[in-house]
Design a protein around this ligand. Structure first.
Ligand code: DGL
Length: 277
């Protein structure tokens, strides 16, 4: 059987996807991995979909140029806004949080009243609602934007009373709707999963869209005949590397992580103004 080199690319708005990277490395320990986090332009969660799409398309080109052969997008902002497919990258080589999260939710036994929490951009994209409506037309879907969770996680305030209060406020409207399933549509929410479960109630199934994208990517690789890595290389490339970013990266990755600064701009977009000569 002929061998096929596999390099996993992870595309994220910033550092939230580092948790997904950690999980992927746990599941596929000998993977070659390249991470791209657009920390210079994040958070994407408060941006217009067109801006997210433009930035994400540049990130995809960067990953492709760096050798990625399969790309995992744990970021719901990007998955919801969409992206332009660069030449040479088939759509089936991209596994995104909206498709994977919806797929994971559909596998649950009691999917009738579904809640979604995410950033304002993800909720405004209505991407999860569209995917769920197509696959399960009778289901009731309720979404609530939670803009404060990302900065709280990045600041490491995981067990502070204000964080508990904000999560309670965020899930309360969905609790009142008596949802049976809650989709965590943001790369940052997994680190607060236990708190979210406590606040929404233990009978509600939680589906982490980022984790679903990781699981699908790992399954795709293990089911790919002849797939081999060149040898456990991991690169974590970001477009800004401030002290804040370094600190938050450690929180999301769950330990030290060597961040590499991307060449700026990582890929020149067609719409960039020409350089002054
Ligand atoms: N990565 C984003 C997501 O999963 C959260 C952070 C941001 O908004 O940039 O939606």
């Amino acid at each position: 059987m002929s061998k096929r080199w596999i390099m996993i690319g992870i595309l994220d708005s910033g550092i939230g996807g580092l948790r997904a990277a950690r999980e992927l490395l746990d599941r596929v320990p000998d993977a070659d991995l390249i991470y791209f986090g657009d920390t210079a332009r994040s958070p994407y969660g408060v941006k217009h979909g067109d801006t997210i799409r433009r930035n994400a398309s540049e990130g995809l080109k960067f990953l492709l140029a760096a050798g990625a052969t399969i790309i995992c997008i744990p970021c719901s902002d990007i998955s919801g806004a969409g992206f332009d497919l660069p030449d040479g990258l088939p759509r089936r080589s991209i596994i995104d949080a909206v498709s994977a999260g919806t797929h994971a939710a559909l596998a649950l036994p009691q999917l009738n009243r579904i809640g979604i929490i995410g950033t304002p951009a993800t909720i405004a994209s209505h991407a999860f609602e569209r995917a769920l409506a197509a696959a399960k037309p009778g289901a009731r879907v309720y979404a609530n934007p939670c803009p404060l969770i990302v900065p709280l996680v990045e600041a490491g305030r995981l067990t502070k009373p204000e964080t508990f209060r904000i999560i309670k406020n965020c899930v309360s409207p969905l609790k009142r709707r008596r949802v049976d399933t809650l989709i965590l549509a943001c790369s940052h929410f997994a680190v607060l999963r236990r708190t979210i479960q406590r606040k929404i109630g233990k009978r509600v199934f939680l589906v982490d869209a980022a984790e679903a994208a990781v699981a699908d990517t790992a399954t795709r690789i293990s089911g790919s005949p002849g797939a081999v890595s060149r040898g456990k290389t991991s690169r974590f490339v970001v477009t800004d590397r401030s002290e804040y970013v370094e600190h938050a990266a450690r929180i999301l990755f769950g330990g030290p992580v060597a961040l590499e600064l991307a060449p700026i701009p990582p890929i020149r977009s067609e719409t960039s103004p020409p350089e002054a000569s």
